[in-house]
Design a protein around this ligand. Sequence first.
Ligand code: MAN
Length: 486
Amino acid sequence: MSLRLLIAAVLLTIYGNISVVCGAEVIGIPPNEQDLYSPIVNHETGEKTWRCLGDPNIVLNYDQINDNYCDCPDGSDEPGTNACPYDFSRKFYCHNEGHIPGYLDNFKLNDGVCDYEICCDGSDEYLSGKCENKCVEIHQQYLTYLQASKEEMDISLSEKKKLLVIAQERRALIESRLKDLEKELEMSLKFKDKEIESQSVEDDVPDQLVYSKLSPYIEELQMNIQGDRNKIEDYSKKIAYLEGILSSLIENYNPNFNDLAVKDTVNKFRDYVSNKDEKEGIQTNSLNLLNSLSKESEKLSYNSENESVEIFYPGISNMIHYYYSSFVKSYMKNEEKEDFADEEEKTTEDIESLKDEIAKFNEDLAKDYGKDDILRSVESQWIKKRLAGYSYNIGFLDSIYQDNTLIGRYSRLEGNKLIYDQGAKCWNGPRRSGIVEMICGPKHDLISIGEPEKCEYHFELITPIVCNEMSEEELLSNFKINYDNL
Ligand code: MAN
């Protein structure tokens, strides 16, 4: 206690009026709040007192304000010192004559650092007086910055407007397509309800006619499939042979022998092995599909070789049924062009597929495309950039690739971030994933990529998508002084 009083006494001796009042002004307090610090004068004794702002029961001598000793529980007696515990709601006021007034955290007062970003007048270091007033230079910089920022903001906002127009058009297109589909469905259901009997055209058209028309294509298809199968099997054998060579390399190479080409090959092959499962799955499915198609075609070509064209084939495979139905539809359209009766031909299958399509459109309309659906405008658009040794490809609402490696598929929007996950598996690690943080700017540009955790990527993407009108306060908070020009 006695030490604090001693410090206060020394401060008062050295800075006299300055630490308490500047003329009539209490330092650290803006002009419009100065009246809160008016002294209570006892007219008999001439004694000046003052009450803590948050606790008027506590009465102090007037010279206890800014005496570098904290008397009031709310710290209101020390607006111009850092004597009271830190409280973010209390700040030191800098006049910054010629620029914009600033409010500084009290703990930064008289700490030996010129806090020009907030106090361009250097008043935060009033004890040493070591900080020159730089408000004129800083204000000039600020005006230049403000003009450039406003110009850029205008461009960004007009780019955003264009995106919003595209987004609305795309939404309107889906809505109108949806309406058409709903109408179509309604009509189909009506026909079905009324049980307007439409003799199935399929019954009238002889199967053999269909088959005779289709068989040349099916035979050619079968031959092509067979040829492709052989080629795929051939390539698979070659790939397996090469994988064998590389597997033996990663098992037997000497890691101490610093051959960069070998190390690079080993790493790439490991990546390849890590990512292989997914690709193989797709390949196997395609092969299976080719196999079944080929078998079906084989059966049919066997029949057509031994039978005359007139033969009736019961139980034609699903594949043929598919081609058959489309053939019948186009056949009927040609025959009955002016006739709306084709609506009556809708089968239950057609109605189901209409319902599916309607559900998909509704699902899409309910999806989160951000405020005003803005992300619709960039759907399927790709941003490409080579950074930190890799080529990155970011597809809005689609996927991200690092060279040919899948970083992730689009999952969702979170604030200003696009989240991608379920990427290719990391060597001895998780599946890759990425976050694209969108930052306001006039045109799309990928400005940074980081990998804070192994195989978890963070991208910074400049884009007009997230731009909004900014107030002068917001612009000021982004202003950075160029100290080289001070
Ligand atoms: C590749 C790249 C890197 C990643 C490593 C993990 O080299 O995808 O970004 O860190 O694999 O093994």
